[in-house]
Design a protein around this ligand. Sequence first.
Ligand SMILES: Cc1ncc(COP(=O)(O)O)c(C=O)c1O
Length: 431
Amino acid sequence: MSEQEMQLEVSFLKKKISELQQEIEKLKSATTEEEYFRKKSAETLAYREQQLRETKKRHFDTVSLWGLYGIKDMKQFKSVSLPIFSTATGAPYESLVDAALHLSYEVINDPNKIYSRIDNTTIDHLAMKIAALEGKTIPELTQGLCVSSGMAAVFMSTMPFLEVGDEFVSSNRVYGGTQQLFDVTYPKMGWKARWVTSPWDIDAWNEQITSKTKFLYVESPSNPTLFVADLPELAKLAHDHNVPLIVDSTLASPALLRPLEHGADIVVHSITKVMGSSGRAIGGAIVAKEHIVTNVPDLADNFAVKVKGGHFRNLGPCLHPPSAAAIWDNLNSLQIRVKALCERALKIAQFLEQHEKITHVNYPGLPSHPQHEIAKKLMKFEDGTNGYGYLMSFNLKGDINTAKRFSLLFNFGVQVTDLGRDYTTWIGNHN
Ligand SMILES: Cc1ncc(COP(=O)(O)O)c(C=O)c1O
């Protein structure tokens, strides 16, 4: 064995001894069992925070591949792939004190020790990966929460702010499910949406803000109208009124648009779509900055963590762990896929715009799109190149019979209520 090899072996052994010594020191320095568990928890939190800070220096593709799932986790779980913890509960508590601390959410040594409706290692890793991707380009730390669907994410990101009689202001260019939630379900709880019918006009937003406003809500790009919001302007307006800006950026994904970078406080996703491109799962995600602007003081710090330990726990819209693992895997290639989808979508949009049987193509990548310049400013991949998303709409020249004929003759892709897949999906409508 050479001198150099010898040194390497010695340093390996020293590292192992040092790890064991640290554990012994922790045990020795704790005077009570509770102190020991709290110290361990603080250490786990600090480790995840340190990992999260490191993701800000990494490439987007590296973060989308691993998230915060590191060598330490691989060794603990004896698996390079993220394991699927699909059981209702995981590890037993070590003692009464350990149980009490976990159940009061004061320590987080092992998410699997808490009942799976509330916390689960597989789902936690998905939430941490998405939080890292959304927060990659900002100095602040981010926190994520994964839920059972995109709709659950819209609900869980908004309801914590609202008391009976409260209001919020929303762009009227939102996905139909969100419109129904805000217009049909929320009034039953005593919550009122004030709709902005020209969301490109910042004064129109301002006019809807009252002393009862708890947040501004926007979908960008919007489904299916492809409205693109001027997020820095909207965030400024929201913050001038001491309320948060909540953005549903499902149609962009963090590969293309990171609303927190442009001033938003909370991002919402249906991870059913391009983030879970295989289409094997329904899911939703919320990512919030550690500190948000809000006139509800209790929610100003650690919004996502508080929702998880509070309303999310109480309501129970948890994600299915195998779904979390499927989406975690799908995220591996997010940027590469979104780039390819954007390039192809732009070519198709340009082709359709020239077609004599089409009256209008609605795609933010076309200079004819009313918010093309805003999209150009905000929708960027890591290398600074633009992408304009994977959804477009177009109008056929003619009447309903033209549309019917088109749907029978068009033999490309699949006609479904779905989007963000690796294959083309489409759906027709007439009004
Ligand atoms: C922009 C947007 N937000 C939210 C949702 C709801 O997501 P999910 O179907 O995962 O509940 C959708 C669904 O199409 C959507 O397009």
